[in-house]
Design a protein around this ligand. Sequence first.
Ligand code: KG4
Ligand code: ZN
Length: 336
Amino acid sequence: MLGIESSCDETGVGIVSGTTLLADAVASSVPEQVRFGGVVPEIASRAHVDAMVPTLQRACETAGVSLRDVDAIAVTAGPGLVGALVVGVAAAKSLALALDKPLYGVNHLSAHVAVDQLQHGPLPDGCVALLASGGHSSILRVTDVTADVEPLGATIDDAAGEAFDKVARMLGLGFPGGPAIDLAARDGDPGAITFPRGLTGPRDAPFDYSFSGLKTAVKRWLAANPHAPVADVAASFQEAVADVLSSKAVAACRETGMDTLILGGGVAANSRLRALTQQRCDAAGIRLRVPRPALCTDNGAMVAALGAEMVARGRPPSGWLLGADSSLPVVEPLVP
Ligand code: KG4
Ligand code: ZN
């Protein structure tokens, strides 16, 4: 199964055989986005056009296969930036048509869950997934990653990664902000400043997130304390995000009776989030599965992993009218 990902700023082409990873080639337009401090959709779309064929060739070389050896093509149909998605969908349809292979248009969020099969083996019959990235922060109940994915909650404003990116900018740490804050926080005191934990009151939605108040709190705090050590602010901010992300995900496992939690998305690469979630899962008797960082950030292998699972479970391929859907709902793992 060859998988193509182009929903945001990474052009990914992955090749898998069942749950075995053969190649995961990624080209990123982040270097072109840095001077804007965020992802400019039009730049991302054009970068996908430039990177698609070379990335495809690189994946085939790494896997030691030719395109004719591929049995099926999977592609992210949504959600994501529409102009970016269109490039991947057009590439996948062209390949599938030219090679006369089945085409599977899949959901990006489900793919973030399915990718863990490449590292930790088959998914259990039921689990909870916490997905946190620059574009999404959601808690999902996953009974069947190809057909039964139910949203339990999501962010009502900024995504977690977006908060990392915005706070890093306030701290002069550059873009993308997550890795920069993670690094800066190592020398800081996470208890130095108590930043707010959004939506954790008794009447708040138990599995929804809000990061915009936290972002404003950091901004106000910096205005009042202009000479504060950057490391302490980074560590305290990171602690607030990791605390609320992990506590709600563990609570969702308890509430649904699931004993496996899967983390995914770029923010799952965060060292404090990984450590704190592990600690809380251990205390609650929950098995935590976190793919390695390269599989957490956007990549083509995750799309191929979900495509392979579609075939394994006998799901029918998508039709030739498959299009990009920027707001594809999470309950739709496969686009007909
Ligand atoms: O999943 P991803 O590659 O793309 C999106 O779908 O958005 O996630 C990118 C996001 C960025 O906001 C980036 O700052 C964040 O993930 N990120 C991190 C870390 N590495 C990447 N956030 C916190 N800690 C990290 N180590
Ligand atoms: Zn993603």
